[in-house]
Design a protein around this ligand. Structure first.
Ligand code: GDP
Ligand code: MN
Length: 336
């Protein structure tokens, strides 16, 4: 899910990345002095399309942009600066670790920048002072510590795919993010309902057009979740919805997943397939039991992993069917 610039800047601000003072507007507003009026659209390239305007007449600029069909504006103080750089963090698809991408050529499309460098910062250790020094040297900018740590924390804590500042302005008072681009991981949104609420956005499971069945599926790991779907189909059932709670899933993740799946009216029964070495089965069981207070649908659980005996006992004590074999769990669910 892509965030609007103003939503991204809200995140930046709460994670210690400086942003210009600004105001969100849907109607023309009065403003003293020079300002930047920015159309709030999810597409980039607004600068080139005349949708970022530096002006002394905020009111008139909004009136004019509204005539072009724009409905939401971010009005910000004008920030004088003499340099713009590019800075982002994302997950490297091959290495599965976060990377910082930096370029001294800010404000342009990073794909067309000639000078770009990638800095790997593994999750096990996080951002260290020497990472900051290396990036600062490369960009020839000082005082980037808070910005880099903030970007990294947003990537990890909000489970983002990309967190980008383009441009990061270098001002007399230090670096300042003039733009934001944040893309949240769709598969992880159900774990961030509070964040979405703070943007007045609701988390809605995308409808899966091809899924017309009645079995809700929860698995840990994309591979196991997909395999569970296949098994449901193989045994003559029809999946309605599925969610991957990820490796090492804890109580909250499982609870969130079951609540999300349970809300889907198409789901009449739920199969939970958890198979893992490090996954704590007692934690998983407690998450299921907590969610069951709200989800009143039959649940069939295959649970294997650390503390599986404790986990199974918790489930049985709460009237949930537990299985060793996924096929048995699925078979019983389909027959119901
Ligand atoms: P995008 O084109 O959609 O990526 O929109 P940006 O927010 O990146 O704006 C395009 C350009 O407008 C930037 O590269 C900056 O040069 C300029 N710009 C954006 N915000 C400000 C600001 O607050 N102050 C100043 N001086 N320039 C800005
Ligand atoms: Mn930009």
């Amino acid at each position: 899910m892509k965030l609007y610039e103003y939503e991204g800047k809200q995140l930046f601000s709460s994670f210690g990345i400086p942003v210009p003072h600004g105001k969100l507007a849907t109607e023309p507003i009065k403003w003293d002095g020079k300002a930047v009026v920015k159309a709030q659209l999810l597409e980039g390239g607004r600068g080139k399309r005349g949708l970022v305007r530096i002006t002394d007449d905020v009111y008139g600029t909004i009136v004019e942009m509204k005539r072009q069909g724009i409905g939401k504006f971010l009005v910000e103080e004008f920030v004088p600066h003499d340099r713009e750089v590019y800075l982002s963090v994302m997950i490297d698809r091959d290495q599965r670790d976060p990377i910082v991408v930096a370029s001294p050529e800010g404000g342009i499309d990073v794909e067309s920048a000639k000078d770009v460098k990638v800095f790997k910062i593994p999750l096990e250790r996080g951002v260290r002072p020497y990472d900051v020094v290396k990036i600062e040297k490369y960009l020839n900018v000082k005082g980037l510590g808070d910005v880099i740590k903030g970007l990294y924390r947003i990537l990890v804590e909000a489970e983002a795919e990309l967190v980008e500042i383009n441009p990061l302005a270098i001002t007399d008072k230090g670096p300042m993010a003039l733009d934001s681009k944040v893309i949240l991981e769709d598969n992880a949104l159900f774990r961030h309902e509070d964040l979405l609420k703070s943007f007045n956005r609701e988390y809605k499971q995308e409808p899966y057009v091809e899924l017309e069945g009645d079995v809700g599926i929860i698995g840990n790991g994309a591979g196991l979740t997909m395999a569970t779907m296949d098994m449901v189909k193989l045994l003559g059932g029809n999946p309605a919805d599925f969610l991957d709670v990820g490796g090492g899933a804890n109580r909250e993740a499982v609870k969130g997943a079951l609540l999300a799946i349970g809300k889907n009216p198409k789901v009449k029964k739920v199969v939970i397939n958890i198979y893992g070495g490090i996954t704590r089965c007692d934690e998983v069981a407690l998450g299921i039991v907590e969610a069951m207070k709200e989800v009143r649908k039959p649940i069939f659980v295959r649970l294997v992993g650390t503390n599986e005996e404790e986990g199974r006992k918790i489930l049985r004590d709460n009237g949930v069917k537990v299985y060793d074999q996924a096929l048995q769990a699925i078979g019983d669910a389909i027959r119901l």
